[in-house]
Design a protein around this ligand. Structure first.
Ligand code: ZN
Length: 297
């Protein structure tokens, strides 16, 4: 895509944004209808072509799943429109990697379920297409290629909006690799999860808890069974109790929370991060004593 084309498209889109035009079509791109939805001052969404693989939503939205496309923007658009035979996928949003400004395409309304999760599980949820929203982020491999800043900011603004709109809890903002252990590696270890959490999207452990757990682990290691239990408590689905499955689940966990080293080994840092997350997000809230009767009704 040439810079001059992008410039023309940007001008075209900004005119639409200013005038609030109705439906029109972008003749030469095939990428979108050209309609810009200004959700808020930080968030403009372009109505993209309809995603092919969608169905009626029968469950409320509880989870937000992030992906990388493993392809270019044109290829992702083709695939999501069902033009790539053998690939039946859909998604709600697609975010480009363009500079200086990433674009956000809406491929189907949140009210529909899209086929982006595949065989998946998280906590009490199974087959997450029905209970989730999906964002595809253009990147060939987020374990290798850093996400450019404009794209990060676009995904963050979109995720902030979706989390607030649908009341999605922090621990339910997940990577595809979190919900498909041993099967998926996206959006990859270079995705800036800590930055997202610092800006109100997704979970992150408290540093002081991690440090405290690391000190405890120096004198007493946890058994594999205890680590499996912690992973399951946090949300990961381990299909069996084998060492192989434990290693794969730890890889998924590290890809999200310790991206600098993804090796599936239960070292103290990894286990302490996991303990701190369970403490922060999965511990039962303290029981509140019944207030004394005041006589008021
Ligand atoms: Zn994915």
């Amino acid at each position: 895509m040439s810079p001059s084309y992008l410039k023309r498209l940007a001008v075209f889109c900004s005119i639409l944004a200013i005038t609030g035009c109705g439906t029109t079509s972008s003749k030469n791109s095939g990428e979108s209808t050209g309609v810009v939805i200004n959700v808020n001052p930080k968030l403009s969404v372009i109505q993209g072509p309809a995603s092919a693989a969608v169905e009626v939503r029968k469950q409320p939205i509880s989870i937000l799943v992030l992906h990388h496309t493993a392809s270019s923007l044109p290829s992702a658009l083709e695939t999501l429109q069902g033009r790539n035979k053998g690939h039946t996928v859909g998604v709600h949003y697609l975010v480009s990697a363009e500079l200086p400004q990433a674009r956000i395409f809406r491929m189907c309304p949140d009210s529909l379920a899209a086929f982006h999760a595949g065989k998946s599980a998280w906590g009490k949820f199974d087959s997450l297409n029905q209970s989730s929203l999906g964002i595809e982020i253009v990147n060939y491999d987020g374990n290798v290629n850093p996400y450019p800043k404009p794209q990060v900011e676009a995904v963050l603004a979109l995720a902030q909006y979706l989390v607030a709109t649908h009341q999605i809890s922090p621990e339910n903002v997940v990577a595809h690799s979190d919900i498909a252990v041993g099967r998926k590696i996206d959006p990859g270890s270079l995705f800036p999860w800590e930055y997202f959490a610092a800006n109100g999207v997704g979970a992150w452990p408290d540093t002081k808890d991690v440090q405290a757990f690391r000190i405890l682990l120096k004198s007493k290691k946890l058994s594999n069974a205890a680590i499996q239990q912690l992973l399951r408590t946090y949300g990961y689905r381990l299909d069996d109790n084998s060492d192989k499955t434990l290693g794969l689940a730890l890889e998924s966990f590290q890809r999200h929370f310790r991206g600098s080293k993804v090796d599936g080994v239960a070292d103290d840092e990894t286990v302490a991060l996991l303990q701190a997350l369970v403490k922060k997000y999965r511990s039962a809230p303290p029981k509140v004593a019944s207030p004394a009767r005041s006589g008021k009704v």
